[in-house]
Design a protein around this ligand. Structure first.
Ligand SMILES: [Zn+2]
Ligand SMILES: [Zn+2]
Length: 274
């Protein structure tokens, strides 16, 4: 009891002295503190509470309602959200014209301000503390969309070795590296492997951001290859990435994996551009 009061007192002092700036509106706010303690007390139970709990760590209360999950109806293949909120999931015009190499792509949430800022901070400013809460959102999205697919192998989209040296980490791997311990805690017991080296990125492509769809496809073409000696014949594989924009990166990964004998390839991303 005394300890709890002391902890609350200490928390309020620290929070008063060091308010955080909201990622979205830039106002100072007092976030629940410390994060580790908050994680222990508030255990998200699904993708929506995981998202809300993450949001509270980086944005102020008035901005918390400003995030949007991905909701049906979506394209059964690429996961695009249809503008109309009525009706069933179905294949979109683009996927009818040019089917993808993967079976389904699903994302946790819309790539709006909140996720855009968070992912940029993680990738380009080394805020690796964001990897864990973002990874939670991904984990619940996995349970929501892929728990019955039972992938044998989970692959984070690789970086080119030079980019890896510059950045020092693969942000997607950071988000999912502890899933082998985390998933059983949520009742998922099917064995799987996280293999970050099966796909190698040989071509140091320029950033896809700002390129047109066709230029993205050309830019990423033949950028990946299978690691020598990797046996993926007949395996079900899930590719994980941070953002799905036109899907050209994950589609190219899926093409290489299918060519290498994978039975089925699916895609999970944290965010999806709409
Ligand atoms: Zn705010
Ligand atoms: Zn589609």
């Amino acid at each position: 009891m005394v300890q709890t009061v002391f902890r609350q007192f200490r928390r309020s002092i620290i929070s008063a002295l060091f308010p955080d700036r909201c990622l979205l509106c830039d106002r100072l706010y007092h976030r629940p503190w410390p994060v580790a303690e908050q994680n222990r007390n508030i255990r998200p139970r699904n993708r929506i509470t995981a998202f809300a709990s993450f949001a509270k760590q980086v944005i102020c209360d008035s901005c918390v309602p400003k995030f949007s999950m991905i909701e049906s109806p979506v394209c059964t293949m690429c996961g695009m959200m249809f503008v109309s909120r009525e009706g069933e999931d179905h294949v979109c015009g683009n996927c009818c014209k040019l089917p993808k190499h993967f079976m389904t792509a699903r994302a946790a949430a819309v790539y709006d301000n909140l996720l855009m800022h968070s992912i940029l901070l993680l990738k380009y400013q080394g805020r690796t503390g964001l990897a864990k809460p973002l990874g939670r959102i991904l984990l619940f999205a996995f349970l929501h969309y892929f728990a019955t697919q039972n992938p044998d192998i989970i692959i984070p989209v690789p970086l080119h070795p030079q980019k890896m040296r510059q950045r020092g980490f693969n942000q997607v791997f950071l988000m999912i590296h502890d899933w082998e311990q985390q998933l059983p805690e949520h009742g998922y017991h099917t064995p799987f492997q996280i293999r970050k080296n099966i796909l190698q990125k040989d071509k140091n492509t320029s950033a896809q951001t700002g390129l047109s769809k066709n230029r993205r496809i050309r830019n990423i073409k033949d950028a990946f290859r299978l690691e020598n000696g990797s046996d993926i014949a007949g395996k079900n594989i899930l590719i994980v990435d941070d953002v799905y924009t036109t899907g050209s990166t994950v589609n190219e990964c899926a093409r290489v994996l299918r060519k290498g004998g994978a039975n089925r390839v699916d895609v999970l991303t944290l965010a999806r551009a709409v």
